[in-house]
Write a protein that binds this ligand. Structure first.
Ligand code: C2E
Ligand code: MG
Ligand code: MG
Ligand code: MG
Length: 288
């Protein structure tokens, strides 16, 4: 491919690379100031009970209002933050902000939900992650069961003493542990059992082509059955079509998250969803 495309595509390729390299430089130079300048913001995406359409929770997803580049999604800067040693501070801000926002929604009398935050593997290497979570919860009058922590399989595989100890502590505080992007990492099934995860999130890549793709349908079905047999709650990520929703409902998946129901939105917009309380895909599409 690359060969037959010749010189021109090579030029385009390097132009792209240079653009990304410039962007990374731009991101690196501004990232250290972003917290002080209060440039991060959380968007919220509902997690919905597949049977009833009830909003049972939400995932907090970070964005960065970059001074020059505009609103950036996490794929543009989280890796840089991890490499440059900023992720722990940023992650602590996410925990604080999620707790603050949830407490505010409670005071406004909105339906009670739990909030999920994404934690980087590096945050688990910090001795005081559990302490930080506890402080943030207490500061806002919340308890452990108000928060879910989402981790990818890599954190499970990183079974150093600190990680195991921290996960045990977090769970004993009442927080729910979710395995994010399940099926894309390398964790063995025995690790899953050992870490006593409460929730499994089926990665979007397995949801995309169901029910048409027989292999992906079989994988999704297998994950749902396994999770249920291990007494875990199963959430499908990236649900975009009614057909996916129906398949997942038929297979007994508990919950869904995806553009079919709502994209991640700023807090103010999420309040409107919470006021409705229920997001049924049939209704969303028939009213469109
Ligand atoms: P994730 O935790 O797996 O989050 C789900 C991602 O899928 C989000 O992307 C969400 O916007 C997107 N998504 C949800 N529904 C759909 C759908 O129906 N179709 C499609 N195509 N996409 C959908 P986002 O917000 O860009 O976040 C990307 C990743 O960045 C997250 O993946 C998570 O790994 C990471 N991330 C987000 N916030 C944080 C954070 O506060 N801390 C850390 N360490 N990582 C974060
Ligand atoms: Mg997540
Ligand atoms: Mg995910
Ligand atoms: Mg992901």
């Amino acid at each position: 491919h690359a060969k037959s495309a010749g010189r021109n595509s090579y030029k385009f390729y390097t132009a792209d690379l240079n653009a990304r390299a410039r962007e990374i430089l731009e991101i690196e130079s501004q990232l250290r100031y972003a917290l002080d300048r209060d440039e991060f913001v959380l968007h919220y995406q509902p997690q919905v009970d597949l049977r009833t359409g009830e909003i049972i929770g939400a995932e907090a997803l970070i964005r960065w209002q970059h001074p020059d580049l505009g609103l950036l999604g996490p794929v543009r800067f989280i890796e840089v933050a991890e490499e440059r040693g900023f992720i722990v501070q940023i992650g602590n801000w996410v925990i604080q902000e999620a707790c603050r926002q949830l407490a505010q929604w409670r005071r406004q009398g909105l339906p009670r939900i739990s909030l999920a935050v994404n934690l980087s593997t590096l945050q688990f290497k910090q001795q005081d992650l559990a302490v930080h979570l506890q402080r943030a919860l207490s500061a806002h009058g919340l308890v452990g069961s108000d928060l879910d922590v989402e981790v990818t399989e890599s954190v499970i595989m990183d079974d150093v003493e600190t990680t195991i100890h921290t996960i045990d502590r977090i769970k004993s505080m009442g927080l729910q542990l979710s395995i994010d992007d399940f099926g894309t990492g390398y964790s063995s099934l025995s690790y899953l059992k050992r870490f006593k995860a409460d929730k499994l999130k089926i990665d979007r890549s397995f949801v995309r082509d169901i029910p048409m793709d027989a292999d992906d349908s079989a994988i999704a079905r297998a994950i749902i059955n396994m999770a249920k047999n291990l007494n875990m709650t199963v959430i499908a990520e990236g649900v975009e079509t009614i057909e996916q929703w129906k398949f997942l409902d038929r297979e007994g998946c508990h919950a869904a998250q995806g553009y079919l129901l709502a994209k991640p939105v700023p807090a103010k917009e999420f309040e409107k969803l919470l006021e409705k309380g229920v997001l049924l895909p049939e209704r969303l599409t028939s009213s469109a």
